[in-house]
Design a binder for this molecule. Structure first.
Ligand SMILES: NC(=O)c1ccc[n+]([C@@H]2O[C@H](COP(=O)([O-])OP(=O)(O)OC[C@H]3O[C@@H](n4cnc5c(N)ncnc54)[C@H](O)[C@@H]3O)[C@@H](O)[C@H]2O)c1
Length: 355
């Protein structure tokens, strides 16, 4: 049958979640509730880790930053995220990290969802951190130091409240304007806030230390003397070759927990250590096959770099969350001729229609 209409068929339309709709979803459900739901989806996928195709992300580095593709798949779905990291962007009014991603059917290869992922990346990073904190942070922790008060910061705070019960935050950023922005946002959300003049003072009395700074170099945000016994470190800003946040001596005193060792050895804090330094894979902890925190004085370190499976989980969550709502729009993304072999004929037919 000849396609006589310029209007795309249903098969051509891919559900698209825009930034505006992602924000509507957060306002409708509440950000903390979304973080809890996301953590559930991530934990489900971590517990079936061996079912996924896995590869370190594919990175294109330049002087100013990195652009990465993050693919993974199970038997049913394929997912990927496009994401960048450009620490100097802020000076020109651009964000450090932006992202979008796709979830597709393995059966047909057709995309099931195209979504903004800049906000979703901040959410999934924070949900992963909070989830990992549930396994590794000292029981009853209430105080967290948050070093680096940029785009990720408030999401991290909310996830640690939703998932670990953190109520008090000690904030530090080299840029006081960033600290003030975070303090303003977080006070409004009911946290007890202390603004700190140095990174050193921010860790005083904190049971959890989160570092989320952006600097395109091996920075030393935490030195060895700043980390006391029993602390959980949630290190998210060291996520590229030559871009780390912790002094190597801290790593030698910590039990190190990672997402996917082949990627973390390239990108994480452990790039500073020998290739065979022992690490513990988080999926094994979540399946009860490896120990998490075992002692009060143990220093646990989540060497977070961000792995494709958490993005896959986040896309699964969004697909379910927007189903049957008006928070998703149909996007005319796929050419879909009535006769699948007559792709070329679409050009002539559309010219005829337009005339
Ligand atoms: N692990 C993951 O899954 C993951 C996910 C997203 C982002 N990230 C990384 O997290 C980091 C933060 O991302 P963002 O989007 O919030 O960036 P951002 O640029 O919005 O904020 C970074 C903040 O760090 C501050 N800063 C830089 N150096 C500092 C230092 N030495 N001490 C204290 N503060 C310092 C900056 O002033 C800025 O306010 C980036 O490095 C990013 O690449 C990791």
């Amino acid at each position: 049958m000849t396609d006589m209409s310029l209007a795309p068929s249903d098969r051509a339309l891919v559900p698209f979640v825009s930034v505006a709709n992602m924000l509507r979803l957060l306002n409708a459900r509440g950000t903390e509730s979304v973080l809890r739901d996301l953590a559930r989806y991530i934990e489900e996928d971590y517990r079936r880790w061996p079912e996924f195709d896995k590869t370190p992300r594919i990175a294109a580095h330049s002087r100013d930053g990195v652009i990465e593709l993050m693919p993974t798949a199970d038997a049913e779905h394929y997912g990927f995220k496009y994401v960048n990291g450009h620490p100097r962007n802020m000076r020109h009014g651009y964000q450090t990290v932006t992202a979008f991603g796709v979830l597709a059917s393995m059966a047909t290869g057709y995309p099931l969802l195209l979504s903004e992922m800049t906000v979703l990346t901040a959410l999934r990073t924070a949900a992963t951190s909070g989830l990992v904190g549930r396994y590794l942070a000292p029981k009853g922790a209430e105080v967290m130091a948050l070093i680096g008060c940029g785009a990720q910061c408030e999401f991290q705070a909310l996830a640690f409240r939703a998932l670990c019960g953190i109520t008090r935050l000690r904030l530090y950023d080299i840029d006081p304007a960033a600290t003030e922005k975070a303090a303003r946002n977080l006070k409004g959300l009911g946290f007890e806030i202390t603004i700190c003049a140095t990174a050193q003072s921010s860790v005083e009395g904190a049971q959890i230390i989160t570092t989320c700074t952006a600097d395109k170099q091996n920075a030393t945000v935490l030195t060895d003397n700043m980390v006391g016994a029993g602390v959980h470190i949630n290190a998210i800003g060291g996520d590229c070759p030559g871009k780390t946040e912790l002094h190597a001596d801290i790593l030698r005193r910590s039990d190190i927990f990672v997402e996917y060792p082949p990627q973390t050895r390239i990108e994480g804090e452990i790039q500073q250590l020998p290739e065979d330094h022992p690490v513990i894979e988080l999926w094994k902890v979540m399946r009860g096959e490896a120990p998490g925190r075992t002692a009060d004085r143990q220093i646990t370190l989540f060497d977070s770099v961000g792995f494709a499976i958490a993005d896959f989980s986040a896309l699964r969550f969004v697909l379910d969350a927007v189903k049957g709502t008006d928070m998703v729009e149909p996007l005319d993304l796929l050419a879909d001729p009535d006769d699948p072999r007559d792709l070329f004929g679409m050009i002539a037919r559309s010219a005829g229609q337009a005339a």
